[in-house]
Write a protein that binds this ligand. Structure first.
Ligand SMILES: [Zn+2]
Length: 383
């Protein structure tokens, strides 16, 4: 059987090792060239260092709001993972295509590019926008310059489809996330004179205990569409101390707040800083005025909760031929698009069960079904 265009394009996309810490310009250059061959101009939005770029393109009329097909071009690292194949060479085995990013989410981007000839075959009534970002995997950081551009566009896209892997089921929501780092700066001394020092680990422990209590207090506010159905707080990394006989001068830990859509995690940060300023810092500074506590945001993105009775929900149900609306545990750039008034849904080939793991794959069946979905889209937008 001959290879589909989406498979050929996926092989190209996978060959660019666009791990978030590396440049994505090779891949962006390839897409730029491919679109140019089809007479489609695109805009690039580079990062400050000029090493990465977002790509935005419009197919069809520019005087009206269209449909945006969106995906991130970066992938998670393969370090320390035991792969059976070269992760950056697409390998077909038993109906599956293996490679880093095949599911998350170059499979979708390949299908979108493969659909371009059908998007331009006949004039579209409703335009299609392509939006491909960088640095999604490290906290939806890269897409911000694209959002800036979209916010200034008179004809902003009406609906956005993000092709994250959902096995082509229609997904309308996910939680938001705020990741923070806390640094406790105490004062070291010989542990025999512990009260003369400010023990950074012990103060950090008090803050972490407080976070745990605050997490418990979030449970009553529930939304059954999500699993678990409430917002959660978790401390995940901690560093501190040098030796048992030294009062530790420094302790830092990272925590995250996973929020139901509509809940602003900044409330958690306000309450936490109030607690540290009133209950902890005075005690620390009574011993040494230099000691203090700092909080620093690492990354954040809002949750997504598109209404089941929205135009976008009806539209995606038609397109993917299922109205079994669901939510997912992972995050997307969707909440950021929704903040701009672009109703966003998530639906793409492959499964996140394979994402971020060794031997990540997308099945040929999923790629074919995504090709068919995008063919229906082309037809729909001509009408
Ligand atoms: Zn992803």
């Amino acid at each position: 059987m001959s290879e589909s265009l989406s498979q050929t394009l996926l092989a190209r996309l996978v060959s660019f090792a666009t791990v978030s810490r590396e440049s994505n310009l090779g891949l962006i250059g390839f897409i730029h060239g491919y679109l140019a061959q089809h007479g489609i101009a695109c805009e690039l939005f580079h990062n400050a260092q000029g090493t990465k770029a977002n790509l935005f393109a419009t197919i069809g009329p520019t005087d009206r709001a269209g449909i945006m097909l969106s995906g991130h071009t970066d992938v998670v690292p393969v370090d320390g993972q035991a792969w059976s194949f070269d992760p950056f060479t697409l390998t077909e085995r038993d109906g599956r295509l293996y490679g880093r990013g095949t599911a998350d989410m170059k499979g979708f981007i390949a299908c979108v590019l493969a659909a371009v000839p059908s998007f331009i075959a006949k004039p579209l009534k409703t335009p299609i926008h392509l939006a491909f970002s960088y640095d999604e995997e490290v906290g939806c950081l890269g897409v911000r310059s694209l959002l800036e551009r979209l916010s200034q566009t008179p004809n902003k896209p009406r609906i956005c489809l993000i092709g994250e892997p959902t096995e082509l089921k229609p997904v309308l929501g996910h939680k938001g996330k705020l990741a923070m780092r806390c640094q406790v700066h105490g004062v070291a001394c010989h542990s025999a004179y512990a009260p003369s020092g400010v023990n950074a680990i012990e103060y950090a422990a008090e803050i972490i205990t407080k976070l745990r209590e605050m997490g418990e207090a979030l449970k009553p506010l529930q939304d059954a569409r999500f699993e678990p159905p409430y917002s959660t707080i978790q401390t995940g990394v901690i560093h501190g101390g040098r030796a048992l006989n030294i009062v530790p001068e420094h302790c830092e830990f990272d925590f995250e707040v996973r929020t139901l859509p509509g809940f602003d995690p900044i409330e958690v940060v306000h309450r936490l800083t109030e607690f540290t300023q009133h209950a902890l810092v005075p005690k620390m500074q009574a011993v040494d005025a230099q000691s203090h506590i700092e909080f620093e945001p690492l990354s954040s993105y809002p949750g997504l909760a598109t209404a089941q009775d929205s135009e976008a929900a009806t539209w995606i149900a038609d397109l993917c031929q299922s109205d079994a609306f669901a939510t997912v545990a992972f995050g997307t750039e969707g909440g950021l698009f929704a903040e701009l008034g672009i109703t966003t849904v998530v639906c793409g080939p492959g499964s996140m069960d394979q994402g971020h793991k060794p031997d990540e794959y997308v099945s040929l069946e999923q790629l074919d079904r995504c090709d068919a979905m995008l063919a229906r889209l082309a037809q729909l937008l001509r009408a």
